[in-house]
Design a protein around this ligand. Structure first.
Ligand code: DAT
Ligand code: MG
Length: 174
């Protein structure tokens, strides 16, 4: 009897997983040139990975300055805009898309406050950066920005859809 019951249950679980994957939230995360040059790629990746978020896109690129200006268009009137865009385009950036429940908001928590002097210890900027001009990482600040930034940095075919083996241990309701 147990065998007969187990099969539909497994099929149901699979269906549930697929449904969840289809609606899962995504965010854009980038390791800026300072983070790459300081050898912090694996340290940063591991924080998102260990949390239980899923990597669905990754590449290393040196963005052109006009591309950096597009990425930071919201800040075009700020006095630091030119320097910021110059810096982002000064070297390799690791561009990523991470997926998971609440990943946009929680990704920002993992990253910490914009100014590393104010970021809590335990956050990426709190642990690994000192000044706002070299705060090593970018993360989308909301659902609309996430959508726009993913579209700016990635072609749809560069994003991978897959079920992680760990998912059934990361998600679940009792
Ligand atoms: P965040 O990166 O936390 O989303 P933001 O969008 O306000 O912060 O600013 C984008 C980047 O611009 C930020 O990561 C570092 C730089 N920046 C922000 N405020 C700055 C300031 N007052 N002086 C110099 N650079 C600044
Ligand atoms: Mg921002």
């Amino acid at each position: 009897m147990a065998g007969l019951l187990a099969l539909p249950a497994a099929a149901y679980m699979l269906q549930e997983q697929e449904a969840r994957a289809a609606e899962m939230e995504r965010t854009f995360i980038a390791i800026k040139p300072d983070g790459v040059q300081r050898g912090l790629i694996s340290e940063i990746l591991s924080r998102f990975e260990r949390k239980g978020f899923k990597l669905v896109g990754i590449k290393i690129v040196v963005p052109q300055k006009d591309f950096a200006q597009k990425h930071y268009h919201d800040l075009k009137d700020r006095p630091f805009f030119n320097g910021l865009c110059g810096f982002l385009s000064s070297g390799p950036v690791v561009a990523m898309v991470w997926e998971g429940e609440g990943v946009i908001k929680y990704g920002r928590k993992l990253i910490g406050a914009t100014d590393p002097q104010k970021s809590e210890p335990g956050t990426i900027r709190g642990d690994l950066a000192v000044v706002v001009g070299r705060n090593i990482i970018h993360g989308s600040d909301g659902p609309e920005t996430a959508k726009d930034e993913i579209k700016l940095w990635f072609k749809p075919e560069e994003l991978v859809k897959y079920t992680s083996n760990a998912e059934k241990w990361i998600y679940g309701v009792n």
